[in-house]
Design a protein around this ligand. Structure first.
Ligand code: FAD
Ligand code: SIN
Length: 549
């Protein structure tokens, strides 16, 4: 059967909050004669966004304790000064509008008995400014309403075609550095389709799955980033991987359910098995920046200690109401927070780096845009301030639509030899596929990759651990031909994760000093210009460094 070809006005890859919000805005505000195609590799609602717990930053005029300048300052301090000031300011200034717009789409942020919005606190925020939904189900609460709009709103849905279980496997970038669309692979029918569009938007999320322990769901394999790397796009800040300090840690269970930072925001404390309150000497205690807390826990674990969240200062009924999913999940794992402390350990959580973009998602490739966690606008610098990412998804998606709605939709089916060569790789008569000839054990290669990344490119890195990691990834790469047509989503994901892993390692090798989430134990040089003095605490944890070698 010949490969199907189709044309849309806009292609959006990914159905997290960034992709869905962009789809809604495009459909509402733009003339899209060929419609919008929303591609997503699993079911529409499966993504990181769905699992967001703590909330979304709202710098709202009704919150008299807060201000744009305070939020900007908190974001830049958390990011160790590596944030782009103008981007931070812009996103902060637009948060009020973003929150009100989400409310317009049906998102019901939690309120108190006086019907006022409830604000919570997370690490490195100087005031309560985080809005939440369903207590600890913020992502689910937002995603559900946006999916509902995209699927059921008569006006919005009429412009949008949704392909579920469909993976973008390559970008169609021509010899003039212009993106003309994507190759789409349906993992159920195993059919490929060439999709053309004047605009392609990558909203493919983060990279958590390249690590053995992660809070991210299985779809988060850095695909968009890998596609962009393959196409030659500029990439930025990939050494900055955020490890969330408190994922639920159950023996013989590698999955890492998140225990939201807002549990500490509401008063929980980190202690070791001897009851030692090891964050007590930090000026911000348990609510120090995330990278600092993650390293402090790592240091405890490295000394053979266990780490727990002591929630006894939070009233039990309040806990159950405020954190219903955390309460339930702990109970399902045999932890009754009314009696037990919660065992926690760090896990890969967020990728501060990504495809380098402007605030409107523009990448270095013409007509290719990236938004959400896949992008790097430089909002987060070396360490993301909690709950800034959902806000970034919404504001950048809005700006992107604002930008492209002013442009004329130009004809797209300009197919040059470069594009023909990409299409050829995926056409049916191309029998060269990755594992036709020799058996490749994808699962064990994936496990090797994730273990290498966790052990050698994790919370603490050294030149020697990183150099060994790159060799191990290259060995995996030799066993798996990364440029052929693959036979399954898992194979494509492995291919993509190899690109992403190499990109993280090379960035980590290049940055010799420690800053934010990137901690080089072999370097005494700390980027002092970029460090807030509260971060001196980090150096007390230096004993940890040796463990990695
Ligand atoms: P995602 O929501 O991850 O969506 C990516 C989409 O792309 C998915 O639909 C995926 O299936 C699809 N996709 C990927 N590759 C392909 C491909 N090749 N082809 C087709 N489709 C593809 N941030 C906050 O601000 N506040 C919080 O409280 C918070 N809590 C969090 C809790 C957890 C457990 C996790 C994991 C993250 C949390 N974050 C939080 C981070 C935040 O959720 C993410 O940064 C944000 O949701 C990313 O949204 P996104 O739309 O960019 O990507
Ligand atoms: C959390 O709830 O702790 C996660 C918040 C975030 O990652 O922004």
């Amino acid at each position: 059967m010949p490969m199907k070809h189709s044309t849309y006005s806009v292609i959006i890859v990914g159905s997290g909050i960034a992709g869905l919000y962009a789809a809604i805005k495009i459909s509402e505000t733009m003339s899209v004669p060929d419609g919008v195609l929303l591609l997503t590799k699993s079911q529409i609602s499966e993504c990181n966004s769905r699992y967001a717990q703590g909330g979304i930053v709202g710098v709202l005029p009704e919150n008299k304790t807060d201000s744009i300048s305070l939020h900007v300052s908190d974001t830049i301090k958390a990011g160790c000064g590596l944030c782009d000031f103008n981007v931070v300011k812009f996103i902060s200034e637009n948060s009020n509008h973003a929150i009100k717009d989400l409310m317009k789409y049906g998102v019901k942020f939690d309120r108190n008995e006086k019907n006022q919005l409830n604000f919570t606190l997370e690490g490195a925020h100087s005031v309560r400014r985080i809005l939440h939904v369903g207590g600890d189900a913020t992502g689910y609460g937002i995603e559900k309403e946006l999916v509902n709009k995209v699927k059921n709103d008569p006006v919005i849905s009429s412009n949008i075609t949704i392909y579920e279980q469909t993976l973008a496997t390559d970008l169609l970038v021509d010899s003039k550095n212009t993106c003309r669309g994507v190759i789409a692979y349906n993992s159920v029918s195993h059919e490929y389709e060439t999709v053309y569009a004047p605009y392609t938007i990558l909203a493919t999320g983060g990279t958590g799955q390249v690590y053995k322990y992660t809070t991210n769901p299985s779809v988060t394999t850095g695909d968009g980033l890998a596609l962009a790397i393959r196409a030659g796009a500029d990439i930025k800040d990939m050494e900055f991987i955020q490890f969330h300090p408190t994922a639920l840690s159950i023996e013989n269970d590698d999955s890492r359910f998140l225990i939201s930072e807002s549990v500490r925001g509401e008063g929980a404390k980190l202690v070791n098995q001897d009851g030692e309150y090891f964050m007590k000497d930090h000026p911000q205690k348990d609510l120090a920046p995330r990278d600092v807390v993650a390293r402090a826990i790592y240091s405890q674990l490295s000394r053979g200690n266990r780490v727990f969240l002591d929630t006894t200062s939070i009233d039990v009924d309040l806990f159950k109401k405020r954190f219903p999913n955390i309460y339930k999940t702990c109970l399902e794992n045999g932890i009754d927070i009314t009696k037990d402390f919660i065992p926690v350990s760090p896990a890969a959580h967020y990728c501060m780096g990504g495809i380098k973009t402007e605030i409107n998602g523009k990448t270095s490739i013409n007509n290719l845009f990236a938004i959400g966690e896949a992008a790097c606008t430089s909002l987060h610098g070396a360490n993301r301030l909690a709950s800034n990412s959902l806000l970034e998804c919404v504001v950048t998606a809005y700006e992107l639509v604002n930008h492209i709605s002013k442009e004329e939709l130009h004809p797209t089916k300009v197919i040059d030899e470069t594009i023909m060569n990409i299409i050829k790789k995926y056409s049916d008569d191309n029998s060269e596929s990755v594992s036709d000839e020799t058996f490749v054990d994808i699962d064990s290669l994936l496990l090797n990759l994730k273990t290498t990344m966790w052990e050698k490119v994790g919370i603490i890195r050294t030149e020697s651990s990183l150099s060994r990691a790159i060799k191990e990834i290259e060995t995996i790469e030799k066993e798996f031909n990364t440029d052929s047509k693959c036979n399954s989503i898992r194979e494509y994901e492995l291919r993509n994760m190899i690109y992403v892993a190499k990109c993280i390692i090379n960035a980590a090798l290049s940055r010799k000093e420690s800053v934010g989430a990137h901690f080089r134990a072999d370097s005494i040089q700390v980027n002092n210009d970029k460090q807030d003095n509260v971060r001196d605490f980090v150096h007390e944890q230096k004993t940890t460094a040796r463990i990695c070698n």
